[in-house]
Design a protein. Structure first.
Length: 189
């Protein structure tokens, strides 16, 4: 979320030929992400290093495939009202209302199992026809939870050493529910 404010990252995003998401601020504010999407849309010139290790000035054409990522802030922001607010803010800024929702971080209050509840809510919005939701971010791994790396300790294979994650079985259920929601949205066209 903090790199959304970084001009260097915005310039790099302007040269990528793939969609790039910018998270709302850690306070929940949308403007920092909207500003980042706008900056990445425009051409930029910046100093960088080539694949051969030489300094060079890079010129980009801009990236029109930016989207906002709702990660929560002081409060979660995955609910229908928050998604509508983000959509309206993007439209007001003359940007396409494309929204990805981060099921983790502040949206799950950093409790990895709450991602399942976030997923159910988002799936219901998609199934109800919300076309502004274009993706989801899920903290997922083979084994649920997380572990610390300590000298002399054996690590559990497939368990995160950073953020706590939902495990394989829960991930499969969440992805199935999201897939069913997308199918329902497609049938409603």
């Amino acid at each position: 979320a903090r790199t959304t404010e970084s001009q260097v990252h915005r310039e790099l995003a302007s040269g990528l030929s793939c969609p790039v998401g910018f998270k709302n601020g850690t306070d929940g504010g949308l403007q920092v992400a909207i500003d980042a999407i706008r900056a990445a849309e425009r051409p930029h010139h910046f100093l960088s290093v080539t694949k051969e290790g030489h300094s060079a000035i890079f010129s980009t054409r801009g990236n029109e495939d930016g989207h906002i990522i709702l990660r929560g802030g002081r409060e979660p922001n995955y609910d229908a009202a928050s998604v509508a607010e983000a959509s309206e803010a993007l439209v007001k800024a003359h940007l396409p209302p494309r929204i990805m929702i981060d099921f983790s971080h502040a949206n799950s209050r950093k409790q990895h199992m709450l991602q399942i509840e976030v997923a159910k809510d988002v799936a219901s919005q998609v199934a109800a026809g919300n076309r502004h939701i274009v993706g989801a971010m899920i903290e997922s791994h083979i084994v649920g939870g997380r572990q610390d790396v300590q000298d002399g300790c054996t690590l559990t294979y497939g368990q995160s050493i950073t953020d706590a994650c939902i495990g394989w079985e829960d991930s499969v259920r969440v992805l199935h529910d999201l897939a069913m929601a997308v199918r329902k949205r497609r049938q409603a066209r």
